[in-house]
Design a protein around this ligand. Structure first.
Ligand code: RB5
Length: 149
């Protein structure tokens, strides 16, 4: 289970998504690609939904979403029950959102980050464990907000 990942993008994120899949596959991860498959204009909420559904169905533990800024994907993903999506642009935030927030989706901006930086952030995201402990109550509070919807 820990080697299974799910990924999707919109048209702005396609090239970066392909680079991430190649990188993670090379590293031994089983990456399920939910599209999109090219650069024709699509709507990012549709693709966030596919990845979030797969996580809700426990087909993987972690997901990756790429759009132009990463913002639309993060907004869409966080509308889903049990999803804690983090827009990440640097190494520190990426590590901390796994350690403290137990983030299960990383959102990346293909018009913000270089591919090299995105790969570095993805490597940190998939390798970093949630710390638990004092963070459990806070993550439980985040999850409880799903019930308030
Ligand atoms: C697409 O032009 C762009 O709006 C989208 O990729 C994303 O940046 C939205 O948040």
């Amino acid at each position: 289970m820990e080697k299974k990942l799910v990924i999707a993008c919109d048209h702005a994120g396609n090239e970066m998504k392909e680079a991430i899949i190649a990188h993670l596959t090379q590293a031994g991860y089983d990456v399920t690609d939910f599209g999109c498959d090219g650069t024709a204009s699509v709507n990012y909420p549709d693709y966030a939904h596919l990845v979030c559904n797969a996580l809700q169905e426990q087909k993987a533990a972690l997901g990756i979403l790429v759009c132009g800024t990463g913002i639309g994907m993060s907004m869409a993903a966080n509308k889903h029950r049990g999803i804690r999506a983090a827009l990440c642009e640097n190494e520190f935030s990426t590590e901390m959102t796994r350690r403290h927030n137990d983030a299960n989706v990383i959102c990346l901006g293909a018009r913000v980050l270089t591919v090299e930086k995105a790969l570095a952030l993805v490597d940190i995201f998939v390798a970093t464990e949630y710390e638990g402990g004092r963070h459990d109550a806070r993550v439980a509070m985040l999850n409880a907000l799903d019930e308030a919807k």
